[in-house]
Design a protein around this ligand. Structure first.
Ligand SMILES: Cc1cc2nc3c(=O)[nH]c(=O)nc-3n(C[C@H](O)[C@H](O)[C@H](O)COP(=O)(O)OP(=O)(O)OC[C@H]3O[C@@H](n4cnc5c(N)ncnc54)[C@H](O)[C@@H]3O)c2cc1C
Length: 833
């Protein structure tokens, strides 16, 4: 043990060792892994160690593919067998809905260059004779699934890391972590003090405890998990090969070969947490007593699906613990608010994700950028709210229990809600709002109004019923709420609609250094006083870090508006770059809120409430200012003239406590003019009619400004700003794909993102989001499509152009074409009206 290391990784499970290896591989060799007991002594040693690349998040799926590919290489490099068994795997469908979902997934994986195949019940039995195919519709086969030896894989990473110069310090618990004035850490261990430039918490089952050593509450909690190993199964003796691994999605079980027997694992619907504070320090390489009674319902389904298992005995039970986060994905990256402190924990699929974490975190530590869009794993996707005991317990339980349950795109899950509500929540609920949730904040999705029951799938209204009784059907197709969304879209296009802006984040940047700082942070030119600009923000490599708007309220006072759920993520970025003095940064997201109001009557609604002249001449498109709103109690509001709907619009913000008064004031002038509330779904329809992208679908960390069209807001000539070099490079060698709008011949389902776009059967792109454009009467999607396809198509005449493309919507092939311009008001006249 040396007294000083560049990096100390705490934890010698599959995640910690993989990270250690990657750091060493990329050139940081002054590093040590400190392990409490022996390598694998947490969740790792008893894992079934199955792996698969498939994941709902395409970025994570791609990285899981990397994990799997690396096993052979690490075995060669270390000389240690990883015990690779590439059996292939099949996910079973035993219902029509599931079968449809697997078809949609197959199409999605195609966009990621992952070849999966739909297989028949007969083919399933051929690949895994243990399966009773009764009731099966089919399955999704992936050749790149299997299992490794947990011990061998972990040691292979450790050996290879050691060979590259890393130290591994066993039987040496970390007792405390103390920050040093220079930003480094004192790592207090049983064997003494180590000074580390960087510390990584890869403490698996103990990650929450290690987090607390630094005053950080991580949203991670251990849960128990069972599998059983059978005696030899006679049927397998003559098979001559291993059977293909099976995931029985309707049965809540998974099956892997193990010797001449099988391993049957269970994701029960009634799961249990274990030692929620983190495993006890003296927890050895122990197992928990099996709780067979509790998992019996799922076991019964498992034995019915794999009847040959009933003919043999159970060799052993494994009931172990591993960690869960609210969404089941790991926590990776720099801990917001802590210098040189990193996490790599909360990983429930270490054998699919271990190298993914090692690769991205090591790149992040060494180069300041993970190199991939890993928002889905980033520790900053959560805020403090996620670590609350109740929230963590309920959401992790929900995730575990629903691990194999179909999630529908229009489904809003109940756990941990309501956590945060806007001041007008109850009023909106009384108006019929049906809520979703964004970063804990209840957000209207649509409003059930009028005579609600009997809305049919095409959105047509039936005859009778009460709004309160309306139940939305869960479906991958258009739902019976379509009619409500259509009404909201109509209101915005013909009169006015307003959206609770509580799901926008608001930041105030002020002080003598504010303009200079923002000029470097944002890629756009800063607006003049009283003006607003769209403000792409780039990372150091030139890819997007945000799609904000910036309003200049005074020479030295600005407001930034962004996505509510990115507060911690953006906050980390802002604070890391904040100069020591001269700039004050305030997050106003919860202390100020308001409404985004738009539609042709918007000015008629807002003008009577303010003294300021809102005419085009005095307050044109992209203006902003502070105004007195004449309400019962006069309010000072920050008002900006812009909209995401493409109509004349205003965003109006007041201190949060005044939002109900603002609502009352707007309704007092708006009700007679047709003003109504709208939800997220209407916004999606409206923005797609305008070809507007948003963060997380069109704009992501792996998007360049040139790909998505935000380059037109980048002021390349304004002098230096973060990401300028990368963005300039991209101008010289443009990305291969560009963002376009597609019109899709879909009648009862719309694109939702990551559907393959094809030309003559050849993959030429993928969708990012889709919705029915209610006003234009067309199913629409935004999509990244090969530049040459777009260019070649562009030569043709007409409002839409090019050879007919196809898009696989929920796995069904639909004709599509590129729209030359936005489907609604392409010249943007209505915004400027
Ligand atoms: C029954 C079961 C079956 C599973 N099956 C699979 C599967 O098929 N596929 C799959 O991918 N995953 C599976 N898992 C999950 C898998 O085990 C985990 O994803 C993985 O092991 C997590 O690895 P880790 O390195 O993050 O954590 P851990 O393995 O928990 O490692 C953390 C390490 O940190 C050390 N440590 C903690 N605190 C300190 C400290 N203060 N000082 C020093 N050292 C410390 C611990 O001793 C431990 O060795 C299964 C889990 C269980 C329980």
């Amino acid at each position: 043990m040396k007294p000083h290391y560049k990096v100390v990784v705490i934890g010698g499970g599959i995640v910690g060792t993989s990270l250690l290896y990657h750091l060493a591989r990329f050139g940081w060799t002054d590093i040590a892994l400190v392990e409490r007991a022996e390598l694998t002594a947490g969740s790792t040693w008893h894992a079934a160690a199955g792996f698969h690349a498939l994941n709902d998040d395409p970025n994570i799926a791609a990285l899981q593919g990397y994990t799997i590919r690396l096993y052979d290489e690490i075995e060669r490099e270390s000389g240690q067998s990883v015990g690779m068994h590439m059996t292939g795997g099949i996910s079973l469908a035993a219902s029509d809905e599931r079968w449809q979902m697997l078809k949609a997934e197959r199409a999605m994986y195609e966009t990621m260059d992952m070849e999966t195949t739909l297989v028949t019940p007969e083919q399933i039995v051929e690949m895994c004779p243990l399966v009773d195919p009764r009731g099966l519709k089919g399955g999704l086969y992936d050749a790149h699934e299997g299992y490794v030896d947990a011990h061998g894989a972990t040691h292979a990473f450790a050996i290879a890391a050691r060979q590259r110069g890393a130290d591994i310090l066993l039987r040496n618990r970390v007792l405390g972590l103390e920050p040093r004035a220079d930003g480094h850490w004192d790592v207090i261990t049983e064997q003494g003090r180590i000074i580390a430039e960087h510390v990584v918490n890869a403490a698996g089952l103990w990650a929450r405890r290690v987090g607390r050593m630094t005053g950080v509450e991580l949203p991670v909690v251990p849960m128990s998990h069972h599998y059983l190993v059978t005696d030899d199964v006679p049927m397998l003796a003559t098979l001559g090969r291993e059977f293909v691994s099976i995931t029985d999605l309707e049965g809540f079980t998974y099956l892997q070969p193990l010797g001449k027997g099988a391993l049957l694992g269970v994701y029960e619907r009634d799961p249990r947490h274990w030692s929620p504070e983190g495993a006890p320090w003296d927890y050895g390489m122990d197992l928990l007593p099996p709780d067979v009674e509790r998992i019996l319902p799922e076991l019964e389904i498992g034995y019915a699906r794999f009847p040959a298992l009933a003919e043999v005995g159970i060799k052993r039970w494994v009931n172990g613990a591993f960690t869960f986060t609210p969404d089941g994905n790991p926590l990776v990256g720099p801990v917001p608010g802590k210098r040189n402190l990193w996490v790599a924990c909360g990983c429930m699929g270490g054998f699919s994700q271990g190298s993914a974490i090692g690769l991205t975190l090591s790149q992040w530590m060494i180069h300041g950028d993970p190199g991939h869009d890993i928002f889905g794993m980033d520790v900053a996707r959560y805020g403090a709210f996620a670590s609350g005991e109740d929230y963590l317990r309920d959401t992790t339980r929900q995730f575990y229990a629903r691990r194999f349950v179909i999630s529908y795109p229009n489904e809003e899950l109940p756990a941990g809600r309501p956590l945060k509500t806007s001041p007008v929540h109850d009023t909106l609920a009384a108006e019929g709002a049906r809520f979703g949730v964004s970063w804990g904040m209840e957000t209207p999705q649509y409003f059930v109004t009028g005579d609600a029951a009997g809305v049919d799938a095409s959105g047509g209204r039936g005859a009778t019923g009460a709004a309160a009784a309306f139940v939305e059907t869960l479906t991958m197709r258009r739902s019976n709420a379509l009619g409500f969304v259509a009404d909201e879209v109509r209101a915005v296009r013909e009169a006015a609609g307003m959206f609770d802006a509580s799901v926008y984040a608001r930041y105030e940047v002020s002080g003598p250094g504010a303009a200079a700082w923002l000029d470097r942070l944002l890629a756009c030119r800063l607006p003049a006083i009283g003006r607003v600009r769209l403000a792409p923000m780039l990372g150091h490599g030139g890819k997007l870090m945000g799609d904000l708007t910036v309003s200049r309220l005074a020479a030295d006072r600005f407001w930034l508006i962004g996505s509510y759920y990115l507060q911690e993520w953006h906050g980390r970025w802002f604070r890391d770059l904040l100069p020591p003095q001269g700039v004050e940064f305030k997050n106003l997201s919860d202390s100020w809120t308001g409404f985004a109001l738009s539609g042709p009557r918007a000015r008629d609604i807002v003008q009577p409430l303010v003294a300021r002249d809102l005419s085009n001449a005095s307050f044109p498109f992209m203006s902003c200012g502070e105004m007195q709103i004449a309400a019962r109690t006069p309010l000072t509001a920050v008002v900006a003239r812009l909209s995401l709907t493409g109509e004349l619009g205003y965003e109006l913000y007041v201190p949060a406590a005044s939002q109900p008064a603002l609502l009352e004031a707007l309704m007092s002038t708006g009700r007679a003019l047709g003003l109504r509330h709208i939800g997220n779904r209407a916004l999606d329809s409206l923005r797609l009619e305008k070809s507007y992208g948003i963060w997380s679908t069109e704009f992501t960390q792996s998007t360049t400004p040139g790909m998505c069209g935000l380059d037109r807001h980048v002021a390349f000539d304004k002098g230096d700003f973060i990401g300028r070099e990368g963005a300039l490079r991209e101008r010289e060698t443009p990305s291969s794909r560009v963002l376009v709008t597609l019109a899709i011949d879909a009648t009862d389902a719309d694109a939702s993102g990551f559907e393959p776009v094809k030309l003559d059967g050849r993959l030429v792109g993928y969708t990012t989001s889709g919705a029915y454009g209610h006003h234009v009467g067309q199913s629409l999607a935004l999509a990244y499509v090969d530049r040459d396809v777009v260019a070649a198509a562009g030569a043709a005449a007409g409002t839409s152009f090019g050879a007919p493309l196809t898009v696989d919507v929920i796995g069904e092939t639909r004709a599509a074409r590129i729209l030359r311009e936005a489907a609604w008001d392409p010249k943007g006249m209505r915004l400027r009206d």
